[in-house]
Design a protein around this ligand. Structure first.
Ligand code: PRE
Length: 298
């Protein structure tokens, strides 16, 4: 049976590309914001949601983490890591070497991935945030009379009939974004064209009180069991300065002994621990020709 998937739209965002690789046969439903995606699955309007959670250049997508920690109760059912290539594009009416945009539109994370380029090559030009990269491309399509450009991907240029004027403007060639799959029920991975990479387990840990060595004690519960952490991130608990919640990714599937043992040890230390999910990880490999282009343009 087809699954319905809320994703950060409109058509041709990076999230759309990630969903197409993971769920080629399912039904995509475009939302305007990340909270809308999470509310849709939380309230049962869709079976699942796919949203960005971390970028290799810019770090965590805080709105996703904060929503998962504070606003919704949704387990992570999977993750997919995809290569990210950012391009500048303009309306075809404005495709001339003399055209200089006054404003560049894109998602804040995409703009942040191109800071060095924007500073060096387009300094003084205003950047404006949009809800996604494809939303920026749509604005450029709908306003041919304005001196504007968008930062988005190649599929957005095709979808919205724009002309790419500069390829691969992201500041470092190893640019990847991780997206998470969230659902209240089991997820079917059928005909996925992404490569399985094993499993991850994500825990949320709240320390009992601020005392010296508290975080060290937490980490040692994993260390002496030889549990490999692939990420540790702190987010404010929003109860006052200095109060944090830790989100910890383990590079393994939930088992019967080691992870439950680490959780019990943390609870014995007075920590509050919850399981955000234990799930398969997928990777989209960078096409060889794209990897080469991105290296040549450096
Ligand atoms: O705007 C998009 O295309 C998105 O899918 C969002 C998003 C993000 O939030 O990080 C996803 C991947 C890129 O890192 C830039 C933007």
């Amino acid at each position: 049976m087809s699954q319905s998937i809320a994703f950060l739209g409109p058509k041709a965002t990076f999230t759309d590309l990630a969903v197409s690789r993971l769920f080629p046969d399912d039904t995509k439903i475009a939302m305007s914001t990340i909270p809308e995606c999470l509310d849709a699955v939380s309230e049962g309007q869709t079976d699942l949601a796919v949203v960005p959670i971390e970028n290799a250049l810019e770090g965590s997508v805080n709105i996703t983490l904060d929503y998962l920690v504070h606003e919704v109760d949704l387990p992570i059912r999977g993750e997919i890591i995809t290569p990210i290539q950012q391009h500048i594009m303009v309306h075809p009416d404005n495709d001339s070497p003399a055209f200089l945009p006054e404003t560049i539109y894109s998602h804040s994370h995409a703009i942040a991935q191109c800071h060095k380029f924007l500073h060096k090559e387009l300094s003084g030009i205003r950047c404006e945030n949009t809800t996604s990269t494809a939303a920026a491309a749509k604005i450029v399509k709908e306003n041919p009379e304005r001196k504007i450009a968008a930062i988005a991907n190649e599929m957005a240029a095709q979808e919205y009939g724009l002309q790419i004027t500069k390829h691969n403007i992201h500041d470092f060639s190893h640019n990847h974004t991780k997206f998470v799959v969230l659902s209240k029920s089991e997820v079917q991975y059928k005909n996925t064209t992404a490569v399985p990479q094993g499993y991850k387990t994500t825990l949320m840990v709240m320390l009992p009180a601020d005392h010296s060595g508290a975080l060290h004690q937490v980490l040692s519960a994993f260390a002496w069991r030889k549990l490999n952490l692939s990420k540790i991130e702190s987010r404010p608990m929003k109860t006052g300065l200095g109060n944090y919640i830790f989100i910890i990714d383990l590079e393994m599937k939930m088992d019967d002994v080691l992870v439950p043992g680490a959780i019990s040890e943390l609870e014995a230390l007075g920590c509050k621990v919850s399981l955000l999910g234990s799930y398969p990880s997928f990777m989209v490999e960078e096409a060889a020709d794209q990897a080469e282009v991105s290296l040549k343009t450096r």
